[in-house]
Ligand binder design. Structure first.
Ligand code: TYM
Length: 315
């Protein structure tokens, strides 16, 4: 029996953080043996927040190195870049024509931008349509994401259903896959860890940077368990062990933070080493990406041909 299909992606909008890792990227690695996996770099998505050629290039390469360093094996996973596959933007347009504005106005990204009184670009408004195209071109069974992307996967599912209803059965309906207890990894201030909140611990930070971040975790002054420290700590140690440590060191926030720094370091150091190895041969990493994009292109173009046929533009 052929394997089920998994698809997901990360935006190269900055450094991936431990929220991205535990919320999503770790699942890509854990599931690569059991699923036919497609993992991509969502560079066109990042364009809505990043408008700098040099940074964009660097960030794309960084996400690629991160994917390799966390253990994604190019023999098992098709690693590709969104902008290499023009079918993503092509299909997004088709979806734009079957989706209403009031429907997209309910999407979180738009509502957040509106609440902040930001000038909202059309790309941000249409963002869920590009994401629907990313997903539906590859007919995945599951899409592992953090909680913040759940609504987008549901929009992809609704869009597939709507398209199928109008033009006939074309798309498989995808399911979001969200790991319990990792739905929302908290940041240094207890809110969701997010680049836009400036509350992250970068996944591949050097020791000193990790230390600086951990020391900046916001603690209350009640003298009990510092809940923001504990919430991050439990990503790196079992709760049984943690309960003992936090009881023994009750009220000693600095010492608890120092233990957390060491635990993060133990976890990150080997990954960082692997990443350094991969970064010594960028052309080789880019070859991997190119080969992955070529493979993805075959699948995406086949699906897009089916779409063109079903909407009636193929003659
Ligand atoms: P992005 O790049 O913001 O985040 C990548 C993944 O990390 C998850 N994540 C978190 N999970 C738990 N706790 C957190 N604090 C946390 N912060 C981020 C995100 O949920 C995501 O799974 N739009 C997507 C990228 C994308 C995509 C796709 C994903 C574009 N097309 C198609 C899946 C399928 C995004 O901005 O993720």
């Amino acid at each position: 029996m052929s394997k089920k299909v998994l698809l997901s992606g990360v935006q190269p909008s900055g450094k991936p953080h431990i929220g991205n890792y535990f919320g999503a990227m770790k699942q890509f690695v854990d599931l690569q043996d059991s699923y036919d996996s497609y993992i991509f770099i969502a560079d066109y998505h990042a364009l809505h927040s990043l408008k700098n050629k040099k940074e964009m290039k660097e960030n794309i390469i960084n996400v690629l190195l991160d994917y390799l360093a966390i253990g994604l094996d190019p023999k098992k996973v098709t690693l590709f870049k969104q902008s290499d596959i023009s079918e993503h933007t092509e299909l997004a347009w088709v979806f734009d024509t079957i989706t209403t504005m009031p429907y997209l106005m309910r999407a979180h990204a738009f509502k957040d931008a509106e609440a902040k009184n930001k000038e909202i670009d059309v790309g941000t408004f249409n963002y869920p349509m590009l994401m629907a195209a990313d997903i539906l071109l590859y007919s995945p069974d599951i899409v592992p994401v953090g909680q913040d992307q759940k609504q987008h996967v549901e929009i992809a599912r609704d869009t597939a259903e709507k398209f199928n209803r109008i033009f006939g059965d074309t798309f498989k309906l995808p399911e979001p896959m969200i790991i319990k207890n990792m739905e929302i990894v908290p940041g240094l201030d207890g809110r969701k860890m997010s680049k836009s909140y400036n509350n992250i611990i970068p996944l591949f930070a050097e020791y000193d940077e990790v230390k600086k971040c951990v020391m900046a975790i916001v603690t209350d002054s009640s003298g009990g368990v510092p809940k923001n420290v504990y919430a991050i700590h439990k990503l790196f140690r079992s709760e049984d062990e943690l309960k003992k440590i936090y009881k023994e060191k009750e009220g000693k926030y600095k010492e608890l933070k120092e233990i957390l720094v060491e635990d993060i370091e133990k976890f990150v150091a080997p990954l960082r080493e692997k990443r350094k190895e991969f970064s010594k041969d960028i052309p080789k990493a880019l070859e991997i990406l190119k080969a992955g994009s070529a493979k993805a292109k075959v699948i995406a173009s086949k699906k897009m041909e089916e779409v063109r046929e079903n909407i009636g533009v193929s003659l």
